[in-house]
Ligand binder design. Structure first.
Ligand code: GLN
Length: 246
């Protein structure tokens, strides 16, 4: 009798545990960190929700993994810490793969290319990268644009802003002579603001990828597998084409 009850209780417990597991897997949340001031990769869209290429790619990857995506908006230079401490599971932020960042996080396979370009005012005397010497350069704190410019032109040459929009505002106010930033946000900022243009020059060509905590290799593998399927299905190209007209 006691044995029977025990067996029944155990069976019930196991069934409950299984159901519990199943539900957890289905409803599991993938949290993505980003800085939603980087159009068309991420920006605050309708209903105050983060939209853009990275948000859509992450949602498609999450769906393939049977997870639900949740996005946390934060400063760009907090993202590496946020993902490596587990505050978020993954970062998609038009983030360039660099050797230095690889010391803190793992990167997924790349899903897009970025190019560092220079925004100037329409009447600017700056025509090439050589003309940047001795000029004030606006950058976003902690980005590759910041790292290259402070390395190539010196710390004093660089004025750091929390995001691209603030750097562009500083250019319009005459506080800086140019802004170094990724090409797609650069195009978006030039389109949205009067009196600005892009220099026809490529400062650096880079790979964008998702950043994941070093110890979270399971997620890295799953993310890469889902990403590969989405590339194969043409879904990644489709998402990019929706935001970037060729
Ligand atoms: N691609 C640049 C970097 O990774 C800028 C990214 C961004 O500002 N969101 O540093």
């Amino acid at each position: 009798m006691t044995k029977k009850i025990l067996a029944f209780a155990l069976a019930a417990l196991m069934a409950f545990a299984l159901v519990g597991c199943d539900n957890a897997a289905e409803g599991e949340v993938l949290t993505m960190g980003t800085n939603a001031a980087f159009p068309p990769y991420e920006f605050v869209g309708e209903n105050n929700e983060v939209a853009g290429i990275d948000a859509e790619i992450a949602a498609a990857v999450a769906e393939k993994m049977g997870m639900k995506l949740e996005i946390k908006d934060m400063a760009f230079d907090s993202l590496i810490t946020a993902v490596s401490t587990g505050a978020v599971d993954v970062v998609l932020a038009g983030m360039t793969v660099t050797e230095e960042r690889k010391e803190s996080v793992n990167f997924s396979d790349s899903y897009a290319t970025g190019i560092q370009v220079v925004i100037v005012t329409e009447d600017s005397a700056i025509a090439s990268l050589d003309d940047l010497a001795g000029k004030k350069i606006g950058v976003q704190t902690g980005t590759t644009g910041d790292i290259y410019c402070s390395g190539d032109y010196g710390e004093d040459a660089v004025a750091r802003y929390d995001n691209g929009a603030l750097a562009v505002a500083a250019l319009q106010n005459g506080q800086v002579d140019c802004v170094v930033i990724d090409n797609e946000p650069a195009k978006a900022f030039v389109e949205a603001n009067e009196g600005l243009k892009l220099l026809d020059t490529e400062y650096a060509v880079e790979d964008y990828a998702a950043a994941i905590a070093k110890e979270n290799t399971d997620l890295l593998d799953k993310f890469n597998a889902a990403l590969a399927e989405l590339k194969e299905e043409g879904k990644i190209d489709e998402i990019i084409a929706k935001y970037i007209k060729a």
